[in-house]
Write a protein that binds this ligand. Structure first.
Ligand code: PRT
Ligand code: ZN
Length: 297
């Protein structure tokens, strides 16, 4: 009897900051899910043999490490916080940084306090919901501080007299400013990462590789732009210098204008207004910059 290979089981955050961009990434990979009904925990995908598990982000690494899921999308901070550093190596491995959910885990202190550098934290109390990452940082930096674990609202701990400093995630820095805190040092730079177990079956590995190819294509497409313009033949070299990564543009003769050519290229970097202004000054006209949906080499 031939048994059907199991679907790839992927865990993503049920609700919160990483849910929408994670679902969007899968959608861009051509994988669609029915909208979540009755608080469902698992959804079958269409367009790819995938089962999606919607769970709290803190549980995602555990689902992967224990084999309940094959892969997942989670913040690097959560992965590192839940890592078992005592055992011989982690069986959850990072496959790709995904470019969203970017933030940093930083130590911050009250704006007016006399702490100027990490070494001043000796004998001070630091409140955090990332005690494991913080303890590892303090150990490798030779700082003897006391770690107080809080599950939320870490930023109010100094004002309440619960701690001298905090170690919390920072994105824009607005929360620190509102609470009259200043950043002292970054302990970890984080973003959403795609993680998998390192002992997948050959079938699961094959499915994951297919998914990875789509993810890579989607990430590349999202940061690339297709650029088209017309320009005098004499301006082509100058235009190549202005555009980032434009070593191999397609140059096409224009039937209605022998003096000009059409230049088409893909730029892997952002195209700023200032770049367009330079192109225009170099003689380019009818410049179009369009998003790319998919790229496969
Ligand atoms: O319910 P569940 O447990 O799944 O979600 P959660 O509440 O634990 O996590 P969630 O959704 O808040 O964050 C998920 C992940 O998003 C984190 O693990 C990070 O990897 C990433 N991320 C990116 C952030 C932020 N940016 C962020 N700014 N996570 C939290 N914050 C918080 C931070 O804790 C602080 O309170 O936002 C505040 C600071 O933001 P700024 O912009 O004021 O600096
Ligand atoms: Zn969480």
């Amino acid at each position: 009897m031939i048994t059907k290979p199991q679907n790839l089981r992927i865990a993503v955050q049920k609700s919160g900051r990483l849910n929408a961009p994670s679902m969007q990434l899968l959608e861009h990979c051509g994988i669609h899910f029915e909208s979540v009904r009755n608080g469902a925990l698992s959804l079958k995908g269409s367009g790819f043999p995938i089962d999606l598990f919607l769970i709290r982000d803190d549980n995602i690494p555990g689902f992967i490490r224990s084999g309940l899921c094959d892969a997942g999308i989670v913040g690097l901070d959560v992965l590192e916080e839940t890592a078992d550093t005592e055992s011989d190596g982690d069986n959850a491995v990072i496959l790709r940084p995904l470019g969203f959910g970017k933030c940093r885990l930083s130590i911050a202190v009250p704006t007016a306090c006399g702490i100027v550098g990490p070494q001043d934290l000796n004998a001070k109390t630091i409140a955090t919901s990332h005690p494991n990452i913080l303890r590892r940082y303090l150990k490798r930096s030779g700082i003897n501080a006391i770690v107080t674990e809080l599950s939320g609202s870490v930023e109010i701990a100094p004002a309440l007299g619960l701690a001298d400093a905090i170690c919390d995630l920072v994105s824009t820095g607005q929360t620190l400013m509102t609470n009259r805190l200043r950043e002292l040092t970054t302990v970890l730079s984080s973003e959403a990462v795609l993680v998998c177990r390192n002992d997948l079956s050959p079938d699961q590995e094959q499915l994951l590789n297919r998914l990875l190819q789509r993810i890579d294509s989607s990430i590349r497409a999202s940061r690339s732009r297709y650029i088209m313009m017309n320009a005098p033949k004499s301006s082509v070299d100058k235009i190549k210098e202005i555009l980032p990564g434009m070593e191999h543009p397609s140059i096409l003769n224009l039937s209605h204008d022998q003096e000009k050519v059409a230049i088409h290229t893909v730029a892997d970097e952002p195209i700023f207004w200032s770049t367009l202004e330079q192109l225009k000054l170099a003689g380019a006209s009818s410049i179009l910059v369009v998003p790319i949906e998919k790229i496969i080499d």
